[in-house]
Design a protein. Sequence first.
Length: 374
Amino acid sequence: MRTASLLKKLNLDISEFEELLFDHSIVSVTDETGDIVYVNKKFCRISKYSEEELIGQNHKILKSDEHPPKFFTELWDTISNGNVWDGEIKNRKKDGIFYWVKTIIIPIMDSEKNITNYVSVTTNITKEKEIQERLIKMEEQLIKQNKTLLSEVESKSAELVKSERLATIGTMASRIAHDLKQPLTIMYTYAEMLTPEILSKLDSKDKEKWLRLQNSIFDMNRIIEDVLDFARTTEIKKKKSSLLSILRLSINHVKSSYGIEINLPENDVSLRCDSRKIEGVMSNLLNNAVQALDEQGEIDVTISSDSKFVTICVRDSGSGIPEENLEKIFEPMFTTKKTGTGLGLVICKSIVEQHGGSISVRNKPTTFTIKLPL
Ligand SMILES: Nc1ncnc2c1ncn2[C@@H]1O[C@H](COP(=O)(O)OP(=O)(O)O)[C@@H](O)[C@H]1O
Ligand SMILES: [Mg+2]
């Protein structure tokens, strides 16, 4: 307001002091509606428009559409009320390229305080803005990188703590398992002697007690075997083997019941593998399937192959694995069973991967799929 009235009072003709005062600035004058009535040379140079092209045009010709509408509403509110506006504007040149200016807009009034013109004096700050934008981008990138690094460090340290704890537990458990194995083998041998014929000679109360003892010994043996298998990281010894023979042998370690039917494939594939270990994998998967069936149901094992891989599927008619557990079942010590160790699938995965293969699972029907290179 003060500047505006000062200019008015001085009654200055802009063209007279243009060279002197505005040599370093970009200057334009519009009428009260924003139509350009004057531009200096610098204005033409930066906007890439000629003086003829600009005179008579509305100042909007430079609008970049990069500011929200509110920006210009506020600008017009300020100057049309006779106040000076200053700020930074992003404009568009004739060739479409943007440029930033630091601007001051002064309203000029006549004696009745009616606005007759607006004078705008601006400086080009495009370079500064570019540097500022680059700095902001760099800062954003740094913040992002920092976040990624932080979360990586967090997850790595969590992994370390977990694996260290697992290693300690593993060593301890395998030592205990090792010590228990010998007396357990004796108990297991005697428990196996309790055939149905012998048990039938006992009265029903005693029979139940002996059966429970036998089952507990079998359970203990399975747990100890799991732990020992887990701790054992012997190298695999591959030799040409018949997959069907491996499957047949694996059934010997499966504790099934009469209501469960296990269907083995009729076709066979010959592959190079550590047959003892693959046998262990198969009996693990079959035992899991049996346990999922609850005395009744069917288990189908199928084999298919192409020139490079053999695919073994173990499918059971059980109720499946809850969706939220699907990711966890291959983690050490994840079990949903009362006497489970949660080591079976970890052992399977490790053996399959040692063979250069993969193991996966899906529901409906519950199917474990093993892919092994031939
Ligand atoms: N065929 C299956 N059907 C349903 N759940 C299964 C099956 N196989 C594995 N699981 C789930 O995966 C878990 C982990 O299996 P595993 O590693 O063999 O350990 P464990 O048998 O000692 O529990 C099981 O406790 C069970 O919840
Ligand atoms: Mg198991």
